[in-house]
Design a protein around this ligand. Structure first.
Ligand SMILES: [Zn+2]
Length: 195
């Protein structure tokens, strides 16, 4: 019997939790194009990869850049785990609450603490999913640490929380918690959809 891809099963799990969940390409999507234009304006052109590199949940839809099609199964699953956190945040905060925390603090750029905390919660899940699906070594890779920390410091999310030391402390504390939880056998628990 062939195993179904982990990301397909996870996608179904997300759909059973959020029935209107859908995955759509950013390319050719008018709303995504409008957001891309606005981001280029507010970041003075520094964030010009919204359409080509970033995954974005708007409502219950995950909008994907072109790289989605060539991503490996486990990498896709890690990404879906991050985005599921945002879907749960939206349920917790409500659509307007989420928009208020996420979008309004975009101005002033650089001090968006509410958004930084929501993103941090999602990146902690990225880290946990990486440890479980790609192995503890992948979660400990300094390149991953730098990439995630950089997301907070740089223009990607409008200089969301530009305090390197603090973001590094969040990262190291989260990695410590995840390693303490242990990941042995977790991958075995994954095929929940098969029950
Ligand atoms: Zn996110």
């Amino acid at each position: 019997m062939t195993e179904r891809p982990i990301s397909d099963r996870l996608c179904e799990e997300i759909q059973s939790e959020f029935p209107d969940f859908a995955v759509r390409p950013k390319a050719g999507d008018a709303l995504s194009r409008a957001i891309d234009g606005a981001l280029r304006v507010v970041t003075l052109g520094a964030q010009d990869r919204y359409l080509t590199e970033y995954f974005t949940v708007l409502g219950a839809t995950l909008y994907t850049p072109p790289g989605w099609d060539s991503m490996g199964d486990r990498e896709r699953a890690v990404l879906l785990r991050h985005e599921r956190v945002h879907l749960r945040q939206r349920r917790r905060l409500g659509r307007l609450g989420m928009a208020a925390v996420y979008l309004i603090p975009f101005l002033p750029l650089g001090l968006a603490y509410g958004r930084a905390r929501l993103e941090w919660e999602a990146y902690e899940e990225t880290l946990r999913a990486t440890a479980e699906l790609l192995g503890p070594g992948a979660a400990r890779d300094p390149a991953l640490r730098e990439r995630i920390v950089g997301r907070f410091l740089g223009p990607d999310y409008g200089w969301m929380w530009p305090f390197r030391r603090q973001v590094e402390r969040w990262f190291d504390a989260a990695l410590g918690r995840i390693e303490a939880e242990g990941t042995a056998g977790r991958a075995e628990d994954l095929p929940k959809c098969r029950r």
